[in-house]
Design a protein around this ligand. Structure first.
Ligand SMILES: Nc1nc2c(ncn2[C@@H]2O[C@H](COP(=O)(O)OP(=O)(O)O)[C@@H](O)[C@H]2O)c(=O)[nH]1
Ligand SMILES: [Mg+2]
Ligand SMILES: [Zn+2]
Length: 296
């Protein structure tokens, strides 16, 4: 049978679903390989009218992934921007927001923060205050309410999505799927199709999936996460993934300064004088530690 091109639109374990023109094809990799990500452009060898083997993966413009001590897990390929979805309730974790931002910076992907559920007014002021910190670092923050103001939410977000491949990430319960349902026409039908093809039963939010809006616009929904390991990032990548460090880099006494406890470290001085937030430097130290613990 013939070879066709496709885009990976869902991944569940080592089973993948690819969109090729109007067809959805169930795909597997050859052997034990599992290095395929949602968003990958692939070359497929057809094995039946709706099944194929992934022959090769086209070169990726970007790759987002997380990792622990033992292995890395691909999140998505070829995305151009990351929407970090947070909410007034339940509360969000600064650690996970900053880790997501670091992952975006390291991958060369633009990051936006989406504050959902602004209709929940009790915690709104406090949440805004917390997010102002990230706006100060240069990350745009957009306020929406998928439930109480669906039209205004679409008006705010649709222009940002056009022409981009956007992944929504965040803790569960923040409203990622609610936003997807607003932004993607017939998202529910697509989900049912994908679940049926991958035989995932009811576990619709346990896997990542891509919705192609038009030829150059895609949105990716991802399962909520509790952890965001970044063991794969090297020291050099880490210091450059914190934008507020940039004006101090190269100004330490030692050219190979680790910014941990060295004398006359420009970064540590900035932490003391308030130019760099302690919370962010603490995360930098934690990530530096993680990167030294990598076992693969
Ligand atoms: N009050 C309020 N609730 C919302 C809003 N958006 C989503 N929710 C609710 O928050 C819960 C989690 O939403 P969901 O989209 O499943 O979150 P996900 O886990 O991030 O995909 C659901 O009960 C939604 O109805 C909103 O704008 N306001
Ligand atoms: Mg969801
Ligand atoms: Zn230093």
């Amino acid at each position: 049978m013939d070879n066709v091109a496709g885009t990976i639109i869902a991944a569940h374990g080592r089973h993948y679903l690819a969109q090729s023109d109007t067809r959805k094809l169930q795909c597997v990799t050859r052997g034990k390989k599992s290095d395929v990500a949602v968003g990958d452009i692939v070359n497929l060898q057809m094995t039946s009218p709706d099944q194929a083997v992934i022959e090769s993966i086209a070169e990726r413009s970007t790759l987002l992934y997380r990792s622990d001590q033992y292995k890395s897990k691909l999140l998505a390929a070829n995305v151009t921007q990351l929407f970090i979805v947070v909410a007034t309730e339940p509360g969000f974790s600064d650690d996970l927001v900053s880790r997501s931002l670091v992952a975006a910076e390291a991958a060369g992907v633009t990051a936006h923060i989406i504050l959902n559920k602004i209709d929940v007014t009790e915690s709104l002021a406090r949440t805004r205050q917390r997010l102002a910190f990230y706006a100060g670092l240069g990350y745009p923050v957009h306020e929406v309410s998928a439930r109480a103001a669906p039209e205004a939410t679409c008006t705010a977000l649709s222009p940002l999505l056009a022409g981009q491949s956007t992944i929504l990430i965040g803790q569960s319960g923040m409203g990622k799927s609610s936003l997807i349902n607003l932004l993607v026409p017939d998202a529910d039908i697509a989900v049912r199709e994908i679940s049926a093809a991958l035989d995932t039963g009811k576990h619709t939010t346990t896997f990542t999936r891509l919705y192609q809006i038009d030829a150059d616009t895609a949105i990716i929904d991802s399962p909520g996460f509790q952890e965001f390991g970044l063991y794969q990032l090297t020291e050099g990548m880490l210091e450059r993934a914190f934008p507020e460090f940039s004006s101090y880099l190269g100004r330490c006494r030692f050219y190979n300064c680790h910014h941990v406890n060295e004398p006359e470290c420009a970064i540590l001085t900035a932490v003391k004088t308030g130019g760099i937030a302690r919370m962010r430097h603490a995360l930098y130290l934690q990530l530096l530690h993680e990167s030294s613990q990598k076992l693969y």
